[in-house]
Design a protein around this ligand. Structure first.
Ligand code: PHE
Length: 444
């Protein structure tokens, strides 16, 4: 019997899991969400939710995955034979694939920027000219769909190579590179005259900004950014050997994520304020404001390219994790045909994603529940699928597992274990319920 691929090293696993977590969520979404929803208040809520609600679920997913040593669906089937828990695995697989279908749209935009940059067509200019460029890219059906396809091709290429030679190897150099270059960008941004205003925006709370919407969005962000609730982390942990410490691995992943989110903020906000822009530019913040901001500095074009290359790395290490769950579920116990399944899965996701791409251009009139197609798929996954998945995962690890099992799996100081147990049994599910109900009421 051929043995199942595994991560070759602990650091390889942590980097791959952190790679899945750190992505558009941290670098693209976090700054503009914080920018639109009161800066520091959003950031404080986000960090609290990340530690007390999202991190316990991450630990739970690592437990379930490592215990199973198989794909997410089979893992639930084996650990709860004859019970419907495996549906959580299917739900996660479908949700992760749907996330990839719109994630790849933004991945495509990044590629479009880079292709222009490398062919010397990313002209320097002010925010207005970048805005025009951004709209030209996202509205052009041919270019946007083509770029989305290219992004998925790269994703497929990495996933089909397998865990050790594809995913682990890619994450192992992409993640550290990301850290180092981000530090350079932060130094550049912080040394601009007037940068302190951005720091104040990020760290001095203005509690008047606190409202339900901010609370909901901060929680959604805490789930999305750690990739929890869709069994992606169950899948990665299934390639983990028995001796690894789940607790410390999860804390590492959470800390790296917060670190990169804050760094992304520290790149963007000081520069935005220093150069007289507004922080609430929405999704265009990274694509319109940031390049314009860099353009006003010495060596600006270089920093723009650097930023988009990093964003591409971070996006890829996340997108491969979304395709991996689909591939692993379809492979199941057969352990063959990885290459073919990766291609077919990627192709299907591409087709499903085309309407999301077009919803920025020729299909911008199409509305589902008052949202564009892109936003509707985002809401279906991040607003509905992830909380439901995280809810059941927390029940599974908190109640279905005997405490002797979870204690042994977590294998840590009793104090940490009991803190986790209380969080996963009470705090996580109750918080999700409240926020889920509020969120649904907001929309319908
Ligand atoms: N965590 C990723 C990001 O922030 C997104 C993601 C969600 C990845 C769900 C996998 C599963 O970009």
């Amino acid at each position: 019997m051929s043995s199942r691929d595994q991560f070759a090293s602990k650091i390889g696993f942590i980097l791959a899991a952190a790679g899945s977590a750190v992505g558009l969520g941290a670098i693209w979404k976090f700054p503009y969400m914080a920018g639109n929803h009161g800066g520091s208040v959003f950031i404080i809520l986000f960090i609290a939710f990340l530690f007390f609600i999202s991190l316990p679920v991450l630990v739970a997913e690592f437990m379930i995955g490592r215990r199973g040593q198989v794909d997410a669906v089979t893992s639930f089937k084996q650990q709860a034979p004859g019970k419907p828990w495996y549906l959580v695995g299917y739900l996660g697989t479908i949700m992760a694939s749907l996330i990839l279908s719109f994630y790849s749209v933004v991945g495509g935009w990044i590629l479009s920027y880079l292709i222009r940059a490398f062919t010397f067509r990313l002209k320097s200019g002010d925010s207005e000219s970048f805005e025009q460029l951004f709209h030209a890219i996202i509205q052009n059906p041919w270019e946007a769909v083509f770029a989305q396809g290219m992004f998925l091709l790269i994703t497929i290429g990495i996933v089909q190579a397998g865990i050790k030679s594809g995913i682990e190897r890619a994450s192992k150099w992409m993640m550290p590179t990301l850290f180092i270059f981000f530090l350079i960008l932060v130094v550049r941004s912080l040394t601009l005259p007037g940068a302190m205003e951005g720091i104040r925006f990020m760290f001095v709370p203005d509690w008047n900004q606190l409202n339900w919407e901010t609370v909901l969005l901060a929680l959604g962000q805490a789930f999305f950014t750690l990739s929890v609730g869709v069994s992606v982390m169950i899948t990665y942990a299934s390639y983990l050997g028995e001796n690894e410490q789940i607790g410390s691995a999860s804390i590492h992943v959470a800390l790296m994520n917060i670190f990169i989110s804050i760094l992304a903020g520290l790149v963007i906000f000081p520069a935005v304020f220093a150069l007289g822009f507004q922080p609430d530019a929405g999704p265009g913040l990274a694509f319109v404001i940031l390049p314009a901001v860099f353009e006003q500095m010495p060596l600006g074009s270089l920093f723009v390219i650097l930023f988009f290359i990093l964003l591409l790395f971070a996006t890829l290490t996340s997108s491969i994790s979304m395709l991996e769950i689909l591939v692993s579920v379809v492979i199941g116990k057969r352990r063959t045909n990885r290459v073919r399944i990766a291609w077919i899965g990627g192709l299907l996701i591409f087709i499903v994603g085309i309407p999301s791409t077009l919803s920025f251009g020729i299909w911008s009139d199409v509305q589902i529940a008052n949202k564009s197609i892109f936003d509707a798929v985002d809401f279906l996954t991040n607003g509905i699928g992830m909380p439901i998945g995280a809810f059941f995962i927390s029940l599974f690890a908190g109640y279905y597992y005997k405490t002797s099992v979870s204690k042994q799996e977590l294998n840590t100081h009793p104090l940490f274990y009991y803190v986790w147990l209380i969080l996963i049994r009470f705090v996580t599910p109750i918080a999700i319920l409240i926020i889920f109900i509020q969120g649904i009421r907001n929309v319908f």
